[in-house]
Design a protein. Structure first.
Length: 240
């Protein structure tokens, strides 16, 4: 069974991806940072679908911890076929009052976290000649920007640039690298939004579902997606 690491998989989009990955016959490796109770609940659902549901705990912003945990898991259980970099945080404020800590927290978790997770994974993929899949979750904010999200938009745009460059480097190894850029998805992260006003900006007049993002991620994991790389696929109800 091919192993797929999904970061930030205890809830929201990450959890939906983990469950769909298990349904499609892969063995999801579940990452969480602090919410162990939610991670255990996700693991139980994954295991009910017949997968191992290995749990890994680390802070994506902590380079040493991330590398150590991932390297130990690969040594004990084998290399990953795929990795889905989903973990991220938002900490919004208009730029004039955006604090240094808010900038650093988002950049270190969302953008540095991409490097921290992928660095110990890519060489083992190459060494074992795995025709693997790397998928990074960006955002509509990384494509068009968003008011009050200079830090988040910067991180998500950086993810796109990094993924496109990495895709070129890994193409001859038959390892694909793609981005998914969700719009407004119905998860905990949209709490507090003026729902009716936001929906007016979406041509489909609804929020996306985490399961819809998960279905796209699983297609990109599949053999049928082997010739798709260096792409950013938006899933946003037609917002632009």
């Amino acid at each position: 069974m091919k192993r797929v690491l999904i970061t930030g998989s205890s809830r929201g989009i990450g959890k939906a991806i983990a469950l769909e990955v298990a349904r499609q016959g892969y063995d999801p490796v579940l990452h969480y940072c602090g919410n162990r109770e939610a991670a255990l609940a996700t693991a139980a659902e994954v295991q009910a679908l017949g997968a191992t549901g290995t749990l890994l705990q680390f802070d994506c912003a902590d380079r040493v911890q991330t590398r150590t945990v991932i390297e130990n898991d690969i040594a004990q259980n084998g290399c990953y076929y795929g990795v889905i970099c989903n973990a991220g945080v938002a900490d919004d404020n208009p730029f004039p009052v955006l604090e240094e800590e808010q900038w650093d927290r988002v950049i270190r978790t969302d953008l540095d976290g991409l490097y921290n997770v992928l660095k110990p994974i890519v060489m083992p993929m190459i060494s074992e000649r795995i025709r693997g899949r790397i998928i990074a979750l960006s955002s509509i904010s990384g494509l068009v920007g968003n008011r009050g999200q200079v830090n988040y938009s910067a991180a998500k745009a950086g993810i796109i640039g990094a993924a496109k460059a990495l895709a070129i480097e890994l193409a001859k190894r038959n390892i694909t690298v793609n981005c998914i850029a969700p719009g407004i998805i119905d998860t905990d992260m949209i709490q507090g939004l003026p729902v009716d006003e936001v929906k007016k900006a979406i041509p489909m007049r609804r929020f996306g579902k985490a399961e819809e993002v998960a279905a796209l991620a699983c297609f990109l994991l599949s053999e049928n997606a082997g010739y798709i790389t260096r792409q950013v696929i938006s899933i946003n109800g037609g917002m632009f």
